[in-house]
Write a protein that binds this ligand. Sequence first.
Ligand code: ADP
Length: 380
Amino acid sequence: MLTFFRRHLAWKLFLSYVIVVLVGVVVLATTTSFSVPAAFERHMAGMSAMMPGMMVNSHSMEMELFANYRASVTEALSLAVITALIAAVVASYFISRQVVNPLLTMMNLSHRIAEGEYKERLTISRDLSQMDELDQLVLSFNQMADKLEKTETMRRQLIGDVAHELRTPLAAIKGYIEGLIDGVIPAEGNTYQRIHDEINRLQRLVDDLQELSQVESGAFHLKPELVSLSDLIDTIKNIFVPQFDQKNIQFQIQIEPDLPPVLIDKDRILQVLTNLIGNALQYTPSGGKVTVQISKQRSEILISVSDTGIGISPEHLPFIFNRFYRTDKSRARSSGGSGIGLTIAQALVKAHHGRIWAESGGEGKGSTFYFTLPIPKKGL
Ligand code: ADP
């Protein structure tokens, strides 16, 4: 019985009202039991003074009158108790309807969300200025449901994308192996080299995915240090000059003199630059030009990588930082790109409190990628 009361808010409310009523009754009954005889005496004395002819002189009659007087007080009290109890029932019913019903709806909805139904939301009838705590709870619940729905959509999309990305190299490897088994494809170095290439692609994809999951979940720690931008550029030159020479693309670096050092995780920013310059190298045909520019713009350092390559059309431009997004799926896949590099670069720049964006005049008109790094305040 006690657990029943404990488990229902409406009953708890009712019980609390009953307790208040009972306390009131006990207090009233005690005070009346003390005050009624004295009050009776007073009234009788008053009456005797007013109407001496109607004097109640027999003791038994006085007792009877007193009993009647007390009975009517008790009757009035009982009536008051019954009315108070009815009021308690009605009040607890209405208040519990206001409190318990939204909680029950919230509970049912949370069960449905737990089962994977993310679409439904609770309704809020009042506007923000008139909300009580319960409405605010409903609002937070809806915001939580929004976030869960978004996360779930992203999770599904990611699984779909990963499956799609894995399917192509796996199908190629399977095709080569079946060809080898059936004797349709010759068992020669060239065949093994192709299989090896596909496996490399899978390996790169898996590495990229691991890195992506780390940067997207924020499960990586930056190791910031004061780095001179010319040091950074020296490292870049060592990595890229031979590759640009080999592809016969002009590689130019313009760095504003006397730039202040930046507080960055050197390896991570090198990773961003390597991705942007690597893309420029990949998407620029021989005879083209790639320029890296570093300058100071108010309180930040602006780094740009421009190329005279294939460019990006306006319909693709807004999406190129999305994971797995490639403007030309078949070409990028054959060149090994998984469309994750820019997503990782974006997360890394954001982790440094910078911004990253791209501009392009359209197809065939080259592209420029920009990112910023804040200049540390003096004293750091
Ligand atoms: P990927 O590994 O495919 O290069 P990224 O995330 O680095 O992945 O790039 C995503 C897509 O953006 C590329 O597939 C390409 O279509 C486009 N892209 C990136 N950089 C350039 C560039 N410099 N010129 C033209 N297109 C580019």
